[in-house]
Design a protein around this ligand. Structure first.
Ligand SMILES: NC(=O)c1ccc[n+]([C@@H]2O[C@H](COP(=O)([O-])OP(=O)(O)OC[C@H]3O[C@@H](n4cnc5c(N)ncnc54)[C@H](OP(=O)(O)O)[C@@H]3O)[C@@H](O)[C@H]2O)c1
Length: 164
C-alpha cells in the first residue's frame, strides 16, 4: 500500500514560510500513529522543516525509515537517505506499506503512485504560501472517500480516500 498523509486548511493551504502554520497535538498524534514503523518519503524542504524541529539524531522520525527526494546527486542529509527519482524512493522504501508525507511539490509528484490518502481538514484560513488545490481536486475525482471523522475537541476533520 502506498499512502499519502496531509493536513490542509480551508484554502488547501499546507505551509507558510517553510513551516506548517498550525499546531494540533491531536493531529501530530494521528500522524505518529498512522505512520508508526513505516517508511516515510518527503521533499528536501519538508526534511529541512522536520530536521530543524527534531535536531540531529540517528533517525529523523524515530522508528521510521526516512527518504528525502532531491534533484541533487551530491546532497547528503542526517537521519535519512536521499533519492533523486520517485521510483527510486518507492523502491528504497521497500516495505509493503509506505507514506508520502509532503510537501507540496512531492504530493504533486507522487500522487499518481498512491493507493490511499489521509487528509486532515483544519478549519480556518492560515494565510499559507504553499497550496495543493490541484492535488485535492485530483484526489476528489480519482479517489473514493471511505471514512470521515470530526473531532469534537478540535473541529479537525479526518478523511481517508482510496483510489477508484
Ligand atoms: N500540512 C502538511 O501536512 C504538510 C506536510 C509536509 C510539508 N508541509 C509544508 O509544505 C511546505 C514545503 O513544501 P514545498 O512544496 O515547498 O517543498 P517540498 O515538496 O517539501 O520539497 C521540495 C523539494 O523536493 C525536491 N523535488 C521536487 N521535485 C522533485 C523531483 N521531480 N525529483 C526529485 N526531487 C524533487 C526538490 O529538492 P532540491 O531543491 O534539493 O532538488 C525540491 O526543492 C512547508 O511549508 C511545509 O511546512 C505541510
Amino acid at each position: 500500500m502506498r499512502s499519502m498523509i496531509v493536513a490542509i486548511d480551508e484554502t488547501c493551504g499546507i505551509g507558510k514560510g517553510g513551516v506548517t502554520p498550525w499546531h494540533f497535538k491531536e493531529d501530530m498524534q494521528f500522524f505518529a500513529k498512522t505512520t508508526k514503523d513505516l517508511p516515510c518519503i518527503m521533499g528536501r524542504k519538508t526534511y529541512e522543516e522536520i530536521f530543524s524541529k527534531m535536531g540531529v539524531r540517528d533517525n529523523l522520525l524515530p522508528g521510521r525509515k526516512c527518504i528525502v527526494l532531491s534533484r541533487s546527486n551530491t546532497l547528503v542529509v542526517s537521519g535519512a537517505t536521499v533519492c533523486q527519482y520517485p521510483e527510486e524512493a518507492l523502491k528504497f522504501a521497500g516495505h509493503s506499506e509506505k507514506f508520502v508525507i509532503g510537501g507540496g511539490e512531492i504530493y504533486r509528484l507522487m500522487l499518481e503512485h498512491m493507493d490511499k490518502v489521509y487528509v486532515t481538514k483544519v478549519p480556518g484560513d492560515y494565510d499559507c504560501d504553499t497550496h495543493i488545490t490541484d492535488v485535492i481536486d485530483t484526489i476528489e475525482s480519482e479517489f473514493f472517500q471511505t471514512t470521515e471523522y470530526t473531532s469534537e475537541k478540535t473541529g479537525l476533520k479526518y478523511c481517508t480516500y482510496i483510489r477508484k
